[in-house]
Write a protein that binds this ligand. Structure first.
Ligand code: B12
Ligand code: SF4
Length: 511
């Protein structure tokens, strides 16, 4: 999908789901031609590129993947494809559709899709191809939803795949190239799927249940080798929670070092509890090439951590930061703000903590009531959700909630205000300077003076609120794609407090 989050402009990772599905289809049914066209790489020319792709590749089936905030664009793209060639079949997979298939097939939102594949698509996509070739029945593809006499039929859910049966991702059939983290080429691998933790803001337990499955390390090493062959210098590890088995994480580091794969850099998301568990582990991670850890700090208030079902991890967070920085591992701190009791000082406190602890990059998100999460239920009960159904805004950047003291506009403003104060390239952390001395020099000598001057001129005689509004307007148009057809959207009236029966709401389509 071409949609992106404003804060993630310097980070363009290839989509692993699509590469893995491609790898698995080609491993078992090599007579098919299958390619990945990730439209995020051509987001400024989406319709032109779709036209060219359809002309060059003449597909029979187009598969689309989407998170919740991209679902609307997925519908618009499928509608556009059908307007160019009505015979092309479309299938949607991924998080939003897996969690929301019942709703979207009952209220017409799934209209532009011929099929929906719920759950893991590694093998089901190939099975759908067999069904389309008449080599099996549609009814036999578990996880498939399809239309029969105008009505959606939902086959039984697909059991979780045995990871030993999943072939390596295919990285050569990507049509668009140039994935980067900053200036470095970036690719993505996985070493496990799922998570057994109970965090109630996260979509994962509804996707895979509270389960944890791991790949054999041999397979992981082969995957790294395949990514390196394509020239990658940075590898993101997509695991939800690599810290669930710390012995295995240590074994993974050993295997990377043994295989000589520590000549590239790794990025991983990890918990404060895991990263504070042992210095020996962090030292080994550094030797294995781990250069950046996305650390789930979440919040520094005990009350908010309890609400998220996270446990009081603040002391563990401090220790984790200390250890990671000791070994010059950069930290992206995950921060979630906008909890029911939050006032301005609670928000400020989080940014101050990040600043005090010298966290290198901030992934500050406003709590988002993702579909089917416990957090959504909780906030719904309290009447704190201000945007219930316009999922285009469900990406952590936008305020879709209010707190008991701050309306959503104010919440959005405070996030902007404190991010602007603390997370800016006018400041540099010690670890950043160590890792990127040349970029630091460039910042000091050229970028900072240039942007200072530019900001000064463009913001001259403007109030803080006006500068904020101008930036929000620019971000708002980022995922607009005016050239794509518009599709119906939900009526989005906020609910009163205590209305827990979301499914009983009358949802109407408006155009
Ligand atoms: C790695 C990752 C990222 C990376 C890379 C994303 C990328 N380019 O792929 C980065 C850091 C960039 C990222 C960013 C974001 N992410 Co993210 N991310 C993940 C993570 C941890 C792993 C995704 C992954 O690669 N998994 C491995 C692959 C193989 O599995 P998969 O994606 O589930 O795909 C399988 C099935 O879903 C299915 N499938 C998927 N698509 C399709 C399509 C078809 C046709 C078929 C048949 C099947 C199918 O088959 C696949 C193979 O089995 C997930 C959590 C998770 N573990 O899934 C969150 C997750 C997907 N992210 C999420 C979010 C919200 C975001 C952000 C919006 C948040 C933010 N502000 O940072 C941004 C948006 C990025 C953007 N486009 O600008 C949420 C989505 C929730 C939702 N309901 O929408 C998740 C689920 C996290 C969570 N805990 O809730 N993310
Ligand atoms: S937020 Fe992370 S630790 Fe919590 S359930 Fe989701 S994947 Fe697991």
């Amino acid at each position: 999908m071409p949609d992106m989050v404003p804060q993630l402009k310097t980070w363009q990772a290839p989509n692993l789901a699509l590469s893995t599905i491609t790898g698995n289809v080609l491993a078992t049914q090599p007579h098919h031609e299958i390619y990945v066209a990730d439209l995020i790489m051509v987001k400024d020319r989406v319709t032109d590129n779709i036209q060219e792709l359809l002309k060059d590749f003449r597909p029979n089936l187009v598969g689309l993947t989407s998170m919740s905030f991209q679902f609307d664009t997925a519908r618009r793209i499928a509608t556009y494809i059908k307007s160019l060639d009505k015979d092309i079949k479309t299938v949607l997979g991924g998080y939003h559709t897996t969690l929301m298939y019942d709703e979207i097939t009952s209220d017409g939102q799934a209209e532009p899709f011929d099929f929906i594949l719920r759950g893991e698509g590694d093998h089901s996509f190939g099975e759908l191809l067999q069904a389309l070739e008449g080599r099996r029945t549609s009814e036999s593809v578990r996880g498939l939803s399809f239309r029969e006499n105008g009505h959606w039929v939902h086959n039984s859910p697909r059991p979780l795949e045995d990871l030993r049966r999943i072939a390596l991702p295919n990285r050569t059939n990507r049509i668009f190239k140039g994935y980067v983290f900053g200036v470095h080429s970036l690719d993505i691998i996985e070493t496990s799927r799922g998570c057994t933790m109970p965090c109630n803001f996260c979509s994962m337990s509804r996707m895979y249940g509270q389960t944890f499955r791991t790949y054999e390390l041999e397979r992981v090493m082969a995957d790294i080798a395949s990514a390196k062959k394509q020239g990658t210098k940075y590898l993101a590890i997509s695991d939800d929670n690599i810290c669930l088995d710390l012995n295995r994480l240590e074994e993974l580091c050993d295997a990377i070092i043994r295989a000589g794969h520590n000549d590239i850099a790794y990025v991983v998301q990890a918990s404060s509890v895991g990263m504070s568990s042992s210095e020996a582990l962090i030292e080994k991670m550094a030797r294995a090439g781990f250069e950046l850890v996305f650390l789930g700090i979440e919040n520094v208030s005990e009350r908010n951590l309890r609400l998220m079902k996270k446990g009081n991890i603040v002391e563990r967070t401090k220790r984790a930061i200390e250890l990671l920085h000791k070994y010059n591992i950069l930290i992206v701190g995950g921060m979630i703000i906008g909890h029911p009791e939050d006032q301005e000082e609670d928000i400020a406190q989080n940014y101050e903590f990040f600043d005090r602890m010298d966290v290198d990059f901030y992934s500050d998100q406003i709590i988002t009531p993702y579909p089917k999460t416990g957090m959504r239920e909780e906030l719904l009960k309290q009447g704190l959700i201000t945007n219930l159904y316009d999922y285009r805004k469900y990406n952590g950047f936008w305020a879709n909630v209010r707190t008991k003291y701050l309306d959503s506009q104010e919440l959005q403003f405070l996030k902007w205000k404190y991010r602007r104060k603390y997370s800016t390239f006018y400041k540099t952390t010690k670890t950043f300077k160590y890792r990127f001395p040349l970029i630091q020099l460039l910042r000091v000598l050229a970028l900072r003076p240039y942007y200072r001057g530019k900001d000064f001129l463009s913001q001259l005689a403007k109030t803080e609120r006006e500068i904020f509004q101008a930036e929000m307007d620019a971000f708002n148009s980022l995922n607009g794609f005016p050239e794509l057809p518009k599709v119906g959207a939900y009526n989005n009236t906020p609910l009163p407090a205590e209305n827990t029966e979301e499914l009983h709401l009358k949802k109407t389509m408006v155009n």
